[in-house]
Design a binder for this molecule. Structure first.
Ligand SMILES: [Zn+2]
Length: 326
């Protein structure tokens, strides 16, 4: 019998710095059950895994039991697909190398794969979203940081060590802004949500013209505040998006030269800022891309709902697992 019929579901687990969200997903990409817990607050990763399983197992049982689950996919910062480990993730509570995939396999006896969150987003987009049917595309996640997942010839690119595709830490400005990774000028320091807020603070300090952003204490300005101001016609806020989109477009023009993608798919709050961000990105790509690529790469926004994307992305990884019990 076709194993999708025997095992019609996969589980997706998205591990973020604040929350861990998980759900059971069917082959059409519908989340049929989900729950979440706080990621922090457990003395060890083992106790954290116990707690996830305590919440996840009842969902599995209610939907036919472990035998109906084809696999578990986990998306996590600094997740290594080859080893199933999370390695030195700065925003997670555990230090060092954590064999998280093995912990879930031990507890639930279900094959488990793990990758970083941006790779999971790319696989989710390829399975259920804007990149369906594409063999070559680049996923860019614009959140607190900037992540990327690169698909070439229909395959996720993991590199020799499992960590390929960190375009957020390609240097966009030599000797630029200090990055959390310890280097200077990474794309992430300009084009993440926190990068946008940083740009707002810099521009407000350097300039004198009026802006509604001046009504907000500088330290608490968010990229959402900048968006709201831009929509209301605030010129400085619009300029902040132009600056951000320009740097991102320049970086994407270089990325296009690397893998000649059919599309670049943008995900995250910033990607939803519409023309304020998309127009400068498109212009900067066109102004900077090598002639042979001009006009060939589509710029798309994720088709997955924000609330579902993380679980769907992680779950999609599980469809690719070889069923160990077949
Ligand atoms: Zn960096």
């Amino acid at each position: 019998m076709n194993s999708t019929m025997e095992k019609p579901y996969v589980v997706g687990i998205d591990i973020g710095g604040t929350n861990t969200v998980f759900g059971i997903v069917d082959a059409r990409g519908t989340i049929i059950a989900s729950d979440s817990i706080k990621t922090a607050g457990y003395p060890t990763a083992e106790e954290y895994a116990d707690e996830v399983c305590r919440h996840l197992l009842p969902l599995i049982v209610a939907n036919g039991g472990v035998d109906k689950i084809r696999g578990i996919g986990i998306g996590a910062p600094n997740g290594n697909y080859y080893t199933g480990t999370i390695e030195f993730a700065p925003n997670l509570p555990w230090k060092g190398v954590i064999p998280l995939a093995a912990m879930f396999e031990e507890r639930l006896d279900i094959p488990t794969a793990l990758t970083n969150d941006a790779n999971a987003a790319a696989i989710g987009e390829m399975t259920y979203g804007a990149a369906r049917g594409m063999k070559d595309f680049i996923m860019i996640t614009l959140g607190t940081g900037v992540g990327s997942g690169i698909v070439i010839n229909g395959q996720m690119v993991y590199g020799h060590d499992g960590f390929a595709g960190e375009l957020g830490h390609v240097i966009a400005r030599r000797e630029g802004r200090v990055c959390g990774c310890g280097r200077k000028g990474c794309l992430e320091t300009y084009c993440s949500a926190t990068g946008v807020a940083r740009t707002a603070r810099e521009l407000l300090a350097a300039r004198t013209e009026p802006s509604s952003l001046r009504d907000i204490p500088a330290e608490s300005i968010t990229s959402k505040d900048v968006y709201d101001a831009a929509v209301k016609g605030d010129k400085l806020a619009q300029e902040i998006f132009e600056f951000t989109g320009n740097i991102l477009g320049e970086a994407l023009a270089d990325a296009i030269a690397f893998s000649s993608p059919e599309a670049i798919v943008l995900f995250g709050g910033l990607a939803k800022s519409g023309d304020y961000i998309m127009n400068p990105i498109k212009k900067a790509i066109e102004d900077n891309v090598l002639n042979i690529y001009k006009g060939k790469t589509k710029l798309l926004v994720s088709e997955l709902r924000d609330s579902d994307a993380a679980v769907l992305g992680a779950s999609a990884l599980a469809w690719e697992l070889k069923d160990l019990k077949e």
